[in-house]
Design a protein around this ligand. Sequence first.
Ligand SMILES: *[C@@H]1O[C@H](CO)[C@@H](O)[C@H](O)[C@H]1NC(C)=O
Length: 381
Amino acid sequence: MALQIAALLTSIALLPTFVFSVGTPFGLATGTTGGGNASPQTPSSITELATWLSDGTARVIVLDKIYDFTGSEGTVTGSACAPWTCTPNPQLAINANSWCDNYEPSASKTTVTYDKAGTTPLKVASNKTLLGKGSSGGLRGKGLKITGANNIIIQNIKISEIQAQTQDAIQIDGGNNIWIDHNTIQAIGRQMVVTGYGAVTKTTISNNVFNGDGTYSATCNGEHYWVALFTGAGDQITFALNYLYRTSGRGPHVGTSGYYQNVHIYNNYFVSVGGHAVDPEVGSKVLIEGNYFNTVTTPILQGDGQAFAPVTSAQTAQCSSLLGRSCVANTAISSGALPGTGTDAGTLNGFTASTYKSASIMAASQVGSYVQSNAGVGKVN
Ligand SMILES: *[C@@H]1O[C@H](CO)[C@@H](O)[C@H](O)[C@H]1NC(C)=O
């Protein structure tokens, strides 16, 4: 951690007139440069933003306000279903791509009207930095999608109000060298970050606020269920220093049949999670260390994946032979038991790369105050 802070301070001190990204990507995204040293540009409209994000030019795109897509494409009235039957305020699902017909055929049917802009994300091409200014930059009503692209930084932006019941905030279907850092994501229909089946490698998701507080929920407790889902064919992701607040599931869900994923989950602060946090499913290897779980019903769900979440010194020492260092213990207060199901030391053989060995991880006792004061928009640039 000291190294990361030193690197951050150094890069701030050396900033010339232009601001590119702030700080240096760490973990698996180390080396990512995004738009590099292209001159920063602020789009004049949502149309120009869409063009700049998707074209073949390396760009540093600075957002100095919320780019509001709501209403820009009109509304859609279509069929939907009610797969969650809890009360109060269960979330609905729209029947996009026949989702209700295929997955929830017995759910009751209904009709909903929703904002069309939320149904199609902005395409993000290779060699882009998307950077918010202060605490003012962001997207409202439309998310982002990376498909088979690489070298992308998404930093210090707010993404909110994508309410089309099946729509995600940041989708990545294949890609590498991706750094998603210091963003604040809230009020999203579905996943806040999601990978498809294409491999997502050399990727770090850090210092973000995933704010699940809302009215409608699949778990009917005002807490958003769909935080993060990693299902790619060989995903390699660092998930660190994030703040998950009032969420109720998929924090993150890792794994899908036929593929494998390694996710290093460290120094995250989970607070008021009325459901589960980490959900290791088939195919996953998840190393969970130095996290702080505060009022989390189930810190680690019993899934079909492999998870290692050390708590005792005997458990942290089990990392030494493969990682060349001890792991850092997790802590939970007012929460379900740790390590829970995270006791599979065989998980560690997925984490022998130098990035994992040299990771700078703070003690769990420091995580709450650090993450609360450093995560989300307005902390960098
Ligand atoms: C991204 O930038 C690198 C380095 O300049 C270049 O080699 C590559 O072709 C660029 N990729 C795209 C898709 O433009």
